[in-house]
Design a protein around this ligand. Structure first.
Ligand SMILES: [Zn+2]
Ligand SMILES: [Zn+2]
Length: 292
């Protein structure tokens, strides 16, 4: 008797098993997002590269990003939907900049939009992380350039050399070797009197972003596999939380989560899940009465 579980014995949701999911990207995102999705759902994942996603905006500044990230992911799916009559689409969009709550720190925000072509329904996953590689520096010296490359982890993390940080007249990408980066830098300084080097934020060139996409893929897989007990549809998940977990010392309400509300986008069924963190009372150190 074999000791492994074959794919056929796994209990995949009938929605997805053997169905096709197209990941709309020219930056190899399927390599990072797909593994947890395939393992959990039985979807057959393909990379769909027909849409020039760079036309909607690039990180390096050739095409300015004017749409909000979620709208941009939605637009990628809308364009790709014209090519298919059934199955599923997935687009992602990232943005990098000051953390929404802690402005001094840089953060990466990533959105995944899963689209059911026949049903015209969306499942969305979003996350913010501080684990990013997002830096840029104006430089003219080779030593400064070498030190930048070392700090960002070149060559696994790729870099882009530009004539200036904003509205650059020239951009050099896809540099593989240290010597090529130095050469590009020298050329820029000679021609434009200046040079700006920055981390390439495209998924295939940014290992930190790859880790984040893998995490989001895992969260999306969990969401897809969560089935509504009333109508049997997929994507039953947390849509809001209610705070007010009582303090274990004085009993007053704290900011701790008392319950989450899971809802079904298909039939509207809702269910409250009390004490989602596994504790029924909050530690007094987080209580505004006991520890103001
Ligand atoms: Zn339902
Ligand atoms: Zn208290």
């Amino acid at each position: 008797m074999s000791s492994y579980t074959s794919y056929h014995e796994r209990n995949y949701p009938a929605f997805f098993n053997g169905k096709k999911l197209q990941i709309v990207s020219r930056h190899e995102k399927h390599r990072y997002i797909a593994p947890p999705l395939v393992a959990a759902t039985g979807l057959i994942v393909e990379s769909f590269t027909e849409i020039d996603t760079d036309l909607l905006g690039t990180f390096s500044g050739e095409v300015e990003r004017t749409m909000a990230p979620l709208d941009c992911a939605r637009e990628k799916c809308r364009l790709a939907a014209a090519y298919f009559s059934e199955g599923y689409l997935l687009a992602s969009e990232g943005s990098f900049g000051p953390h929404p709550a802690f402005g001094l720190l840089s953060a990466g925000e990533e959105w995944l939009l899963f689209y059911d072509i026949a049903e015209k329904k969306e499942i969305i996953v979003r996350d913010v992380t501080l684990d990013i590689c997002f830096r840029g520096e104006r430089l003219t010296e080779e030593t400064a350039c070498l030190s930048f490359l070392e700090q960002v982890g070149f060559p696994r993390q790729k870099v882009i050399v530009k004539s200036s940080q904003h509205q650059p007249a020239r951009i050099i990408k896809n540099l593989e070797q240290t010597a090529e980066v130095i050469e590009a830098m020298r050329e820029m300084v000679q021609q434009h009197g200046d040079c700006f080097i920055e981390t390439d934020m495209r998924a295939m060139n940014n290992p930190a972003r790859q880790r984040h996409l893998l995490q989001l893929g895992t969260r999306l897989a969990e969401k897809l596999c969560s089935i509504c007990e009333q109508c049997g549809w997929y994507g039953f998940s947390v849509t809001r939380v209610e705070r007010g977990l009582p303090c274990s010392w004085c009993g007053s309400q704290t900011d701790g989560v008392l319950y989450e509300v899971c809802s079904c986008a298909q039939c509207g069924f809702e269910k409250e899940n009390y004490f989602p963190k596994g504790k029924q009372q909050e530690d007094p150190q987080f209580c505004n009465q006991c520890n103001p």
